[in-house]
Design a protein around this ligand. Structure first.
Ligand SMILES: [Zn+2]
Length: 608
């Protein structure tokens, strides 16, 4: 079995010209070599796998090449002794230190010791320190002196993925080079050229997919490329297989979902989300991807920002197309809803529902924003009232009339904005039948071919409950975008029953005597505000401890989130309590003075 060499190593660029996507760096380095203005310390910054170490090696090889300057191109000759030893990884003029694993003062001291000896052959010794931000503070300090005054034959190339962690003292001693993320298109092209050399057939979309997933890192892209080649049995890279291997959610889902959301089609959107979940994708991944999709549509809205769309040609066309259909107001609101969902996803107890609520809000956006409203058609706009809706759907004649009436008027707006209004579609009778876009439920119910009347009546019976539910959710969402609240009205008697149940519950759980007295105080109801009159501050304190628990219970049992509780301490703390029979009689007599008359007439007295 042949030794398999990973593509990232096998196709590591050996000349400046073959470095992918970093032309601004390679040109500068070549010019510096050409004009003999080479700095002695470089800092290469940039994401992982974009060619920092590769460029450092090419630089080392080039400046040591014995034939340099004999031709116009500033590239190593690949034939001289120095180039050959570089190619065999046997050159003594290049030293690499991985600071991630060798970050102590000792490691740096060893390096500094080596710097003292000039190269035995060739002109320069090159020291590459990778992940230089990982060096310890002491190691940095030990290194500073050498970095400031290196011997003339020494060149330091520091590489880092995290520039902000580099001390200013180091930064000021180095020439900075910022490496770019490599554009997806460049990566895809590079992969295509490798595939050709390796005799691997590829679908270009598959390579685009790898390029997208690699997020600007060529090394990552090459590893994924190798992985997919290994997976494929016949050495053909197909889009569908790569999609599966890399576990990427197909763009197509987002395009389809956005179409559904723009049409306000909640049921189909939720089904599509279900399909995505069943394919093993995570809800969070989905919502992040969807937000990214909206963002991509948004940047398509302006000619100036289209360049921010980092996708390949074929997908860009799809984005531009959908962007014309999605109004700006929709995209902005959708991005906000998506961001909210993303932010709270981790803390949500029911994460599936969390995403579904997000979809409900998104599907409701066209209604809220009224993006389909066309001034000419406003009088005919979709009725919100189910009764009206029924009337309208009941009469198919009405509908036909509507279609013929509307068509000429609505036509100009159709051409400008395809999602607007009605699209006439020819049916069996050869007449145009309107397809309302705003309630696509209707469109998706299979319609029996034949009697038109039957179709209509079927529609009403099947579709109405769905429409009513969707309407109810939509209305609720529009009124309270943050959460679905459906507050039920309740009577004072219902409140009393629930309250007493609560009091009994407390009694069973070690409720104190005072607490029971407090809970049995009289209260009255004003709207959703409960006023309770307490005897003293002790009861008030008890109530305060209990308030949240009590309110939660009441709101839940009565299904009304608006219930509030307020207490007043009655000024009767000093009121005479009714203890003795005499007290009782006086109390009763106060209520009904006839008792006094009775007592006097019959000559009665209180029994002690
Ligand atoms: Zn050479």
């Amino acid at each position: 079995m042949d030794n398999f060499v990973v593509s990232a190593r096998k196709y590591r660029p050996a000349t400046f010209d073959t470095v992918v996507g970093q032309a601004h760096i390679t040109t500068t380095l070549k010019n510096a070599i050409l004009t003999n203005h080479l700095a002695q310390a470089f800092l290469f910054c940039g994401p992982r796998g974009v060619g920092k170490t590769t460029c450092a090696r090419i630089l080392a090889k080039t400046i040591n090449c014995q034939n340099l300057g004999k031709s116009e191109a500033v590239e190593p000759c690949d034939h001289c002794d120095s180039c050959v030893s570089f190619n065999q990884n046997a050159s003594f003029n290049i030293h690499e230190l991985d600071a991630a694993s060798n970050n102590s003062v000792e490691d740096i001291r060893n390096l500094i010791d080596q710097v003292r000896y000039p190269p035995q052959s060739g002109q320069y010794k090159i020291y590459i320190i990778d992940e230089v931000h990982m060096l310890s503070q002491a190691a940095f300090n030990a290194f500073l002196k050498t970095l400031e005054e290196p011997p003339s034959y020494a060149i330091f190339i520091l590489a880092t993925t995290e520039k902000h962690k580099i001390l200013p003292t180091i930064l000021s001693r180095c020439q900075l080079f910022d490496f770019n993320r490599i554009q997806p298109r460049d990566i895809a092209d590079h992969l295509a050229s490798i595939a050709q050399k390796e005799g691997i057939q590829t679908e270009y979309e598959a390579l685009e997919l790898i390029a997208q997933k690699a997020d600007g890192g060529l090394r990552d892209a090459l590893s994924m490329f190798d992985l997919n080649v290994t997976f494929s049995e016949d050495r053909i890279l197909r889009y569908k297989e790569v999609l599966e291997n890399l576990h990427i959610l197909d763009y197509d889902y987002y395009f389809r979902l956005t179409d559904l959301l723009l049409a306000g089609n909640l049921p189909q959107s939720m089904l599509l989300f279900d399909e995505i979940l069943r394919k093993g994708f995570d809800g969070h991944q989905f919502i992040v991807g969807l937000s990214e999709h909206f963002r991509n549509l948004l940047v398509c809205k302006d000619v100036a920002t289209i360049q921010l769309l980092q996708v390949t040609e074929s997908i860009q066309q799809k984005y531009l197309q959908q962007a014309t259909e999605a109004p700006l107001s929709f995209l902005l609101s959708a991005l906000s809803v998506g961001a909210q969902c993303d932010l709270n996803y981790k803390s949500a107890k029911n994460q599936r529902l969390h995403v579904e609520v997000c979809l409900m809000k998104l599907a409701n956006l066209p209604n809220v924003l009224d993006i389909h409203a066309v001034p000419v058609l406003s009088s005919h706009s979709e009725p919100r009232n189910p009764e009206q809706a029924e009337k309208k759907k009941d009469s198919s004649a009405d509908r036909d009339a509507l279609a013929t009436n509307r068509e000429p008027v609505a036509l100009p707006s159709h051409t400008s904005e395809p999602t607007n209004g009605y699209h006439p579609q020819p049916n069996g009778n050869g007449t145009a039948k309107p397809l309302p876009e705003r309630s696509p439920v209707i469109a998706e119910i299979p319609k029996p071919v034949g009697s038109k009347l039957r179709t209509t009546s079927n529609l009403v019976s099947v579709e109405r409950p769905v429409a009513t539910m969707a309407d109810a959710v939509a209305t609720a969402l529009a009124e309270a975008p943050e959460m679905i609240k459906v507050d039920k009205p309740f009577t004072f008697e219902e409140l009393q029953t629930v309250w007493q149940t609560y009091a009994r519950m407390r009694d069973q759980q070690d409720g104190s005597r005072t607490e029971q007295v407090m809970l049995n105080r009289e209260f009255r109801l004003e709207g959703t505000m409960i006023h309770i009159a307490l005897d003293n501050s002790l009861q008030a304190n008890l109530l305060n401890d209990l308030r949240q628990d009590l309110l939660t219970y009441l709101r839940r049992e009565l299904q009304n989130s608006q219930i509030q509780l307020t207490d007043t301490i009655a000024l009767q703390e000093t009121r005479k309590m009714i203890y003795t029979p005499q007290d009782k009689f006086n109390y009763l007599a106060e209520k009904n003075p006839a008792l006094l008359e009775l007592k006097r007439t019959l000559g009665l007295d209180v029994d002690y």
